[in-house]
Design a protein around this ligand. Structure first.
Ligand code: FO1
Length: 311
């Protein structure tokens, strides 16, 4: 028996756009969102969970809408001084954003888990959706480049995804266990949505957590994904480079191939509709729509299309 809630697998900025649209159409209490924590990083002694914070601030209407991350109307006074002490000042933590990391780190030091801390942050910021880290264990994504193995955030922010990628490593993933509600939500959700997030370092990290991929395969027919690739290019971030690095074609066909054992339905951009027959050959029902979410109307329109498909 399925329940009336929806389960969403999410990364950061791309996912937040769709989730903003979904939250305008559906009671946020019916949204259960499993978020990638492979981008998590510890800097200045503080625990930082970039994707969880992006989704939290978006749902709390506190996000800096132009950047898609960080707190609205933030200032960077503390960071200016931190830069005198540390060489990790490339990670732009605003003064208000720092309050979240101080609170999270304080709770962590008191023994709370990442899932419990996420609940407390959400409750205090008025977020009604259930945000769930993909696991409580620390998982960190590292990128191997010709000169250095570096944390994903350093590659992404300090080096603007410029260096060649030789390999991707998910440190800690073998010890990662799903939060107990996640498997129940996979089983019982009315529909499961795979956000247009990075297939390798966002969705790809979540599905490596023990038992998540196996559980998704069992409910393939209720899983709907949105391609993050339009006309062979990523909307934001390094998905294209990372796909190439693991030998995937950089297109919606490449994403479909990566997801094919658990994806039942796939929405690709209108501009890629010529790829529909090739994706359908993989056993995935494919639909074309305008997936570039450049304003709230387009976010809501895509969310509406997604929720009413096959209803
Ligand atoms: N993204 C950037 O492009 N530059 C930043 O300086 C930056 C800082 C930052 C601080 C807190 C936070 O929660 C997110 C932040 N992001 C920043 C976004 C984020 O790191 C990435 O979009 C994701 O990790 C990729 O999913």
């Amino acid at each position: 028996m399925s329940e009336n809630y929806y389960l969403i697998l999410a990364g950061g900025v791309g996912a937040a756009k769709l989730i903003e649209g979904l939250a305008k159409l559906i009671d946020p209490e019916l949204l259960k969102i499993v978020v990638n924590t492979g981008d998590d990083i510890e800097l200045f002694g503080l625990k930082i969970c970039p994707d969880l914070d992006i989704i939290t601030y978006t749902l709390a209407d506190l996000v800096d809408k132009e950047k898609g991350w960080g707190f609205i109307d933030d200032t960077f006074n503390c960071l200016k001084v931190l830069k005198k002490f540390y060489d990790t000042g490339w990670f732009n933590l605003g003064d208000k954003d720092l309050a979240t990391h101080i609170y999270r780190t304080d709770l962590f030091n008191q023994g709370y888990t990442k899932a419990q801390i996420t609940d407390m942050i959400c409750r205090n910021l008025g977020v009604k959706a259930h945000l769930i880290p993909m696991c409580n264990e620390q998982v960190e994504t590292y990128i191997k480049t010709p000169t250095e193995v570096m944390h994903f955030e350093k590659y992404f922010i300090k080096y603007h995804c410029d260096p060649e990628v030789l390999d991707v490593e998910f440190r800690g993933i073998n010890e990662a266990l799903p939060i107990k509600e996640t498997l129940e939500y996979i089983d019982k959700a009315k529909r499961i949505i795979i956000c247009p997030s990075n297939p390798i370092v966002s969705i790809g990290t979540i599905i490596q957590v023990k038992n998540i991929r196996e559980s998704l395969i069992k409910v393939k027919n209720k899983i709907y994904g949105i391609s993050p690739i339009i006309e062979g290019a990523t909307v934001k971030g390094p998905a294209d480079k990372l796909m190439k690095c693991i030998g995937l074609e950089v297109s919606s066909v490449g994403v479909a191939n990566y997801y094919k054992d658990f994806l039942g339905h796939f929405i690709i951009d209108n501009k890629d509709c010529n790829l529909k027959p090739e994706i359908e050959k993989l056993g995935i029902s494919t639909y074309c729509y305008d997936t570039l979410m450049t304003n709230i109307n387009k976010k809501q329109a895509l969310a509406h299309f997604l929720m009413t498909l096959n209803e």
